[in-house]
Structure formats: C-alpha cells, structure tokens
Design a protein around this ligand. Structure first.
Ligand code: SAM
Length: 282
C-alpha cells in the first residue's frame, strides 16, 4: 500500500516493511496480478506483485545469485536450464553467465512482468534477449505437464503459494518437474521466509520430500523479503549430486559476482536448528 511517500507492506502479526518512495513508475492490473514499480530513496527500483516485494535494485543480487549459482556450480556440466517464473529476468541474467549453458527455457505466466522489467529494470532483464534464452508466456504448471526434453537444472523462481504461483507448490507439479530432470539434474526453488511463513516453508519441503529422493535447504539474507532470512530448496535424484561443488570451474570462470563465492556455496547449507526442523521435518 502507498501511504504518502511510503510503500508499506504488511508482513502479518503487526510487522510491516516500509520503503520511502520517490516516484511511482507503474501501477497496473495485468490479467494475472497487480503490478507496481516504484523508485525508492534507498533501495533503487522496486517491483511488487500483488503488493509484495519481488525485487529491488539494491538487494536483488543476493536472491538471483543464490537461486542460480548454487545449482549451476553443483552440476558437473549444466547445459539445459528451465526457469519457471523469473519474469524480471534476474535469474536468466545469472544463468547465461555459465558458458556450459547452451539452452534456457523460461516460462513466465505474465508477459507484463517481462515487458515492464525490460522498460524499467534493464539491469535485471538485459539477458532476456540473449539467443540462448527462449521465453514462453504460459503457466509453468501446464508447461511441465507437456514438456518432454530433459533439463540439467530447473529453477523455480516463483511468487508465493497464493494467486498464480499456487500451483507451483504442489506434489503434481513437483512430480512433473522430476520427470523432466536429467539423472544428475538439480531442481532449486525459492521456499519462503523461515521467520514469517514457517507453515509455507514446512509444507513446501514436506511436499518436495514426497517427490524427490534428495532434498536439502539453503539460506540467504534478503533485507526486503519478509523476515529477511530466506529459504531455498535444493533437490536431486542422487545423493552424490548434492555433495558436489565444481570449485575448479568456479575458479576458472572468475565471474563478477557480488554475493556468491566458494565459502558462501558451502556456508549457505549450514542451517540453524529451528530451520533444520522446518525443512527436514525433524
Ligand atoms: N524473487 C521473487 C520472490 O521470491 O518474491 C519472485 C520473483 S517474481 C519474478 C516471480 C514470477 O513468477 C512472477 O513474474 C510471476 O508472474 C511468475 N509466476 C507466478 N506464477 C506462475 C506460474 N504459474 N507460471 C509461471 N510463472 C509464474
């Protein structure tokens, strides 16, 4: 909600996040959701969907680097990548930094998110025109039902399990993703706030464990997301895959990254006890 010069987001239980706004750049209803873009005083450009922060200039790199480089450096030779959601383009931008990647399918339900990001957030959307990136404007749920070619890495860069994103958090969707994953493939999904939405985190991991033989959790700190501490699910078919980290490739590539590095790759899987209980069902 915009009140005076503040964007204020209700985080439940008497907690809000407020960012001082300099200017409202976009405010519209798409066929799927409410989409707003603001220029804020301290966090740069802010994209919200249904009045929830999706990304900001200042902290987007934490989320996009973690959701991308953790699975891509955990895979020995990632070539084919599927992104579900990700309309702002930040995840695709990070994926194409990997020279092994030859083909990226990105399935975004809402074309307006892509168009608005291209117009107002070019630092995120700059690689959506990369020839390796193939855009599909459709529901990710339907895409994975019908697709048949295998992917090395699947990234679920979705909204919350309400509204258009709801179908991206159930067992049927995960089962269809599993079928599309190569034998040594990895699926990663944003898995919600461990402080503000523990029920969503618990349910997401419980459903993933019903479908995937190996499910791990990792964490990152994103100041504009509810509670700050954000969980990601890392799923694969083989236990060895979950142990691997291609440090030599990381060293060789010398990517210009702001958050992710070798130490972060290992450390992000270290979980506080209460998060272990949430994510590992203990
Ligand atoms: N980083 C954000 C977060 O965790 O708050 C999420 C990023 S935002 C780019 C997520 C995208 O998922 C939105 O653009 C939204 O339109 C898209 N999306 C939601 N439901 C979808 C669905 N069923 N199929 C494909 N894309 C979907």
């Amino acid at each position: 909600m915009i009140s005076g010069i503040w964007y204020t987001e209700d985080h439940k239980d008497g907690v809000t996040l407020s960012l001082k706004v300099k200017e409202t750049l976009v405010s519209k209803r798409t066929p799927f959701q409410k989409l707003d873009i603001y220029e804020t005083e301290k966090y740069g450009t802010l994209l919200t969907l249904d009045d929830l922060v999706m990304t900001t200039t200042k902290d987007e790199f934490v989320y996009h680097e973690l959701i991308t480089h953790v699975p891509l450096f955990a895979h020995k030779q990632p070539e084919r990548v599927l992104i579900i959601g990700g309309g702002d383009g930040g995840t695709a931008r990070e994926v194409v930094k990997h020279p092994t990647v030859t083909h990226v399918d990105m399935v975004e339900i809402d074309q307006d998110v892509v168009e608005m990001s291209k117009q107002y957030m070019p630092f995120l959307s700059e690689d959506l025109t990369n020839p390796k990136v193939h855009l599909f404007f459709q529901d990710g749920v339907e895409f994975v039902k019908k697709a048949s070619t295998a992917y090395d890495v699947i990234i679920i860069d979705s909204t919350d399990p309400i509204g258009p994103g709801e179908g991206l958090f159930n067992s049927e969707f995960y089962t269809n993703c599993l079928k599309l994953l190569s034998d040594d493939g990895i699926l990663v999904a944003q898995a919600e706030s461990v402080f503000n939405c523990p029920d969503w985190v618990w349910q997401t991991f419980a459903k993933l464990r019903e479908v995937f033989p190996v499910v791990k959790a990792y964490l990152g700190t994103i100041p504009t997301y509810p509670g700050g501490l954000w969980s990601f699910a890392f799923c694969c078919k083989q236990p060895e895959v979950a142990q691997f980290f291609d440090e030599a490739r990381y060293e060789k590539l010398q990517l210009d990254l702001r958050y992710y590095n070798q130490a972060i790759h290992r450390a992000c899987f270290a979980l506080p006890n209460f998060v272990q209980k949430l994510c590992q069902g203990r």
